[in-house]
Each structure stands twice: as C-alpha cells, then as structure tokens.
Design a protein around this ligand. Structure first.
Ligand code: ZN
Length: 337
C-alpha cells in the first residue's frame, strides 16, 4: 500500500467532519486539474480491475459539489490564466479524462453539456476505432473472465500451477514490455479481444472524435499506445510521444498538450527539453501525482479524482491536507534530474 493510500485511510474519517471551506482556505493552487477515466453504470470487464470508476449518479454528485466551490474553465482560459497569471475570485478547475473510452461520448459529454462544463480527453491514437485493445484493458478482461468462469479458472491454474488469487495478481502485474504474455494467456484461454471489441466498443471512434472536437471539447495526446514511460529509453519515450502528437496535428486535434499514461515518475529533464523543442506548439504536459509542484515548470500535476471509493469532496480535502504536510517538510515539489 502506498504512503498516500495509508494517508487517505487515516485522514479521510477526520476530514469528513469538517466543511470544505475549511480546506479551500488553505488551497494554495489557483487552477486545479482533475483526471477521470470513465463514468458508467455498467460492469465493464475491461476496466473494472484497473481503476474504480464513477456511476452516473456519483459523477453528477461530484460535479455538483465542484460547481459550488470552483469555476470550470476551458483550455483557452486555462492557458490565459497561466500566461497572464490571472487571479480569479473562485479557484478554477480544468477537467480532463484519460484513455479515450467510448463512455466519454455516450455518457459523460451529455452530462457536461447540460452543466456547461468543458473537458479534454487524452487519447491513445493506436486504439481509436477499436482496432486493438490496450494492453491494460486486456489484463482486466482476462482477470474478469477467469473470476467469472470456473472452466477458465481451472485452465489457467493448470497452465501456471498457481491459485486464482496468485494468477490475478500476476496477470495484473504484467507490464508494457511483457504485454505479449497477455496475448499468450488469452490464446490459451480462447479469449477473443477483437471479438469483444466488436460487441463492446471500448474506445472512441474517429467520427466521434470529430464530433467532440466540433462541439468544443479537447482531444489531445496520451502517447501512441499507452506505454509506461519509465520502462522506455529516452529515444522510445520521444518517439512514442511524437507519434501521438503527429497524429493530433494530422487530424486537426490539439497538439498543444500531452498527458503521460500512468505516471511521469522518473521521466527526466532531457525528455521535456527535447519534446518541447521538437514541438513549438506544445504548451504543457501533464502528470497525475496529485497536488504537487514540478521542477519542470511546464509539466503540471493533475489530481486523480476517482481514487478508492472516495467522493471528489473527500479526495480534494485529503489532497489539500496532504499538500500542506508535504510543504512543511519541503517535499511538495517533484525534483527531476
Ligand atoms: Zn491512461
């Protein structure tokens, strides 16, 4: 369990007793950036073992809370705030989503339009149009199938010699570099990823992306195929990022921002210097380490807002308190080499 998870467990029951105003007074950030993946009432086999996602009701509750305490801003306003150091009365939120899941079009955007909220979706071009399943979704789907199907559970136990729990843990820890192991397991269990994608479109289509763009939503880059950056060499990091930025430019989506898949942990200054030099249009890159400063000033940290089963209000209270503590011990800034 990470230190932060432990912190949440201890702080949350205490923080719940106080109003949000008590925390927002201590908020040292003018603009917050939040990141979700998807919202759905359905049981999504390809996602449920990766992150907890909000139901429609929970998502609306989050937004209603946020609307009370923050102003949601669009990308242009966000850029203006950053370049002109604008101070607003209310703190602001830039809302972002990662991975280009189809629920963004079907479920999320109708809610956002009703509430007048802008959002950016950071997508992996490789999976657009459901041509292929992203490796993490493959892992979640395999795990769902072996948990739900006794025949598959027995089959994989025979194959690995391990119990169900051990198999689940090892499948979910297969990493980007070893992702072909997921295809091997799926072949062995006769799980058909492409068949699944045909029946259940997991990702946005080109047509939907164009509609979203025309409606004013941001479509931006999340790397070509969702790699774990600290597993890549500098050259591979740059290639993967560049390929996704080129796709954005060719298709007239936004190539002025980029959000790291997973984490920017261990990504060093050389990457940032290169990618900003190669792409003069690029304004900011985004990590998702929560409330934190970054020694590379154009890399901004977002707050993952679907952590555990905590509401947006609980997460923000915990994050604000966590930041205060980090600041006291001078650990509130990510230092890159
Ligand atoms: Zn992602």
């Amino acid at each position: 369990m990470s230190f932060k998870t432990k912190f949440y467990r201890i702080a949350n029951p205490i923080n719940r007793r106080f109003s949000f105003e008590k925390f927002s007074q201590k908020l040292l950030f003018q603009d917050l950036i939040l990141v979700y993946h998807l919202v759905s009432d359905a049981d999504l086999k390809h996602a449920k073992h990766l992150f907890p996602y909000r139901s429609v009701k929970q998502f609306e509750r989050d937004l209603d809370f946020l609307l009370k305490h923050f102003d949601f801003i669009d990308w242009e306003t966000f850029l203006k705030h950053k370049s002109e150091k604008v101070k607003t009365k209310k703190p602001t939120i830039l809302l972002t989503f990662d991975d280009g899941y189809s629920e963004f079009y079907d479920i999320i955007v109708p809610i956002l339009k009703r509430k007048g909220i802008f959002a950016i979706n950071f997508i992996n071009p490789k999976f657009i149009d459901n041509k292929e399943m992203m490796w993490r979704n493959k892992a979640s789907l395999i795990v769902s199938e072996i948990i739900e199907n006794k025949i598959l559970e027995d089959k994989i136990s025979k194959y690995t010699g391990d119990e169900l729990n051990e198999n689940v843990t090892s499948i979910l820890s297969i990493n980007y570099k070893n992702q072909n192991q997921l295809d091997d397991i799926a072949n062995h269990l006769e799980i058909d990823f492409n068949g699944y994608l045909k029946k259940n479109p997991v990702y946005l289509t080109t047509e939907q992306l164009i509609k979203l763009k025309n409606e004013g939503f941001g479509i931006s880059s999340h790397g070509w195929n969702h790699p774990l950056y600290n597993q890549l060499s500098l050259t591979e990091q740059l290639e993967n990022t560049q390929k996704s930025l080129d796709y954005m430019k060719e298709n007239q989506f936004s190539n002025d921002s980029f959000a790291f898949p997973f984490t920017d942990y261990f990504v060093d200054n050389q990457f940032f210097e290169n990618i900003f030099n190669q792409n003069p249009e690029l304004k900011f890159t985004f990590g998702s380490a929560g409330l934190k400063l970054d020694s590379y000033a154009k890399n901004l940290q977002r707050i993952p807002i679907e952590t555990g089963n905590y509401s947006a209000e609980e997460i923000l209270k915990n994050e604000i308190m966590y930041y205060q503590i980090l600041k006291k011990i001078n650990k509130n800034k990510i230092i890159r080499s």
